[in-house]
Structure formats: structure tokens, C-alpha cells
Design a protein around this ligand. Structure first.
Ligand code: MRU
Ligand code: ZN
Length: 203
């Protein structure tokens, strides 16, 4: 059995790796990992911190409503409700949210269509799409400032234990069965976004 400490270290390692990619600009981004079922509990990043640094106060242990389980002066991520939605509606074990220039530009370019589709690219296999004509469709939702409203719209796309949703001119949230899968999906999405932007520049 993996302990709370083990999950903490796992999430901290993921955070370090994403930080090395420079995916936490301006304190943006938040991460979560499930630590218990029945009742569902997870670790979530503390709000407003420099996620490039590794400290003892990086994560809070929260319940399914995003409320801290232990007494703390730290505040859970402002976007904790999105992670709550993921663990309420799916069996995912890890959820990651980052802001990158590529995911923001893609969300703006394709925002009016409400989604971006990828077909014929090897990396969509990261989402277990193996058929030659398979299409990976990533929804794009408006960036509602009211987080409960954002979470309400976001949760309509939670139809599996792994997936990705773009928030327009904000960022991406991905979830997977575990930390390995969530990070894999995030990297695949960012590859696809960079590919699409490069292709559009050349054409
Ligand atoms: C500092 S801009 C980014 C925030 O508004 C938010 O979108 C974000 O991703 C980080 O918020 P946080 O509360 O630290 O989890
Ligand atoms: Zn954000």
C-alpha cells in the first residue's frame, strides 16, 4: 500500500518535472493526486505558490469537497473544485492543470468551435486511440471567472478515467488513472498543440 507520504513524493516529483519544462509561469498551474477511496481524499497544491520550488508546504490534504482535512494556514488551489469534480465523477488517480503559451493560443484559435480535433498523428495513441482513422477531440470551454460555474461546465466532459479539457485563454486540465498516465497525457497534448501551431505557421 502506498502511503500518504509516498503519494506526496510522487506528486512532488511530477511537479518538479513540469517545472523543468517551465509550465508554471507566474505561479500558474495546480496539481492533485488521490490518496484515499471511501472516503475520497486527495492532495492538492497550495494556492499562489511558486510551483518551481519544492517545499514542505506545497500540498494540502483535502476531502472530496476540497476542504482541508488537517488544520492549516495554507489555502487549497483556487481551482480545487475542478479536481473535486474529477475525483467525484471518475476513478482517476491524478489530475494536472498547466498554463502554456501553446495551450492558450490553441484554445483561442479553436475556441469558437468548442473543440480541437487531431487525426493521423501518432501521439493520439497516448489516449488509447489505436485505429488509423481515430480522432482525438479535446473540448474547449469558456474561462468562467466564477470557479463553481467553471467546474459545472467542466464536469460535463468527465466521461472517463482519463481525458483533457482546454479552458479558453487559460490552460489545460488533464486526468488519468495515475500520475504516470496524467503526465503522459499532458505531454502528449502539449506536443499536439505545438505541432498544430508549427504547421499553421508553415502553411
Ligand atoms: C496566477 S494566474 C493563475 C491562477 O489564476 C490559476 O489559474 C492557476 O492556475 C493557479 O492558481 P492556484 O490558486 O495557485 O492553484
Ligand atoms: Zn489555472
Amino acid at each position: 500500500m502506498i502511503t500518504l507520504r509516498g503519494r506526496w513524493e510522487e506528486l512532488a516529483d511530477i511537479k518538479d518535472e513540469l517545472a523543468r519544462r517551465d509550465w508554471f509561469m507566474g505561479t500558474s498551474g495546480n496539481l492533485a493526486i488521490k490518496v484515499n477511496d471511501n472516503p475520497t481524499e486527495f492532495l492538492v497544491t497550495a494556492s499562489g505558490k511558486d510551483k518551481n520550488k519544492r517545499t514542505k508546504e506545497d500540498f494540502l490534504h483535502v476531502n472530496i469537497n476540497g476542504e482541508p482535512i488537517e488544520e492549516t494556514i495554507l489555502k487549497p488551489s483556487a481551482e480545487t473544485l475542478l479536481h473535486c469534480a474529477i475525483y467525484s465523477k471518475t476513478s482517476a488517480g491524478c489530475s494536472l492543470h498547466v498554463h502554456t503559451v501553446a495551450n492558450n493560443v490553441i484554445s483561442e484559435l479553436y475556441g469558437n468551435q468548442g473543440k480541437i480535433n487531431f487525426q493521423g498523428l501518432e501521439l493520439i495513441k497516448a489516449f488509447d486511440l489505436w485505429e488509423e482513422d481515430a480522432i482525438l477531440s479535446i473540448p474547449i470551454i469558456p474561462n468562467h471567472a466564477h470557479i463553481p460555474r467553471l467546474a459545472e461546465e467542466f464536469q460535463t466532459y468527465l466521461d472517463g478515467d482519463k481525458g483533457a479539457v482546454l479552458i479558453r485563454n487559460h490552460g489545460i486540465t488533464v486526468w488519468g488513472r495515475d500520475g504516470f498516465e496524467a503526465k503522459k497525457l499532458l505531454e502528449a497534448c502539449e506536443f499536439l498543440f505545438q505541432y498544430q501551431l508549427t504547421l499553421r505557421q508553415i502553411k
